[in-house]
Design a protein around this ligand. Sequence first.
Ligand SMILES: [Zn+2]
Length: 106
Amino acid sequence: MTAPGATSACRCELGRAHRHLERAMAELERACLAWGVWADSVRKLAERRTGISVADGLALLDDPEYARALRLGTWFDDAVAAARSAREAADAGWFTVCRRAPADEQ
Ligand SMILES: [Zn+2]
């Protein structure tokens, strides 16, 4: 999960930002998984309540609670997608440019 890179080990603020990004990515992926488990339980309740199976087509989407649960999922997906594109930039070397000026040393 952790993309190894020069910046991850660097003690500068860019390295620190990179490490936070890695942790955020892992957390967002876990958030997505947890949302999925929850949404599946909402689906099961909706199927029981309406007598409509999700396997029957799109009819279950008319159930407001299930539709709402799926709508919530798009925000989790968006968050993961944004973090993933930042990680791809890190993997491509964008974060390995450490340019801390000597004057910034403490
Ligand atoms: Zn650095």
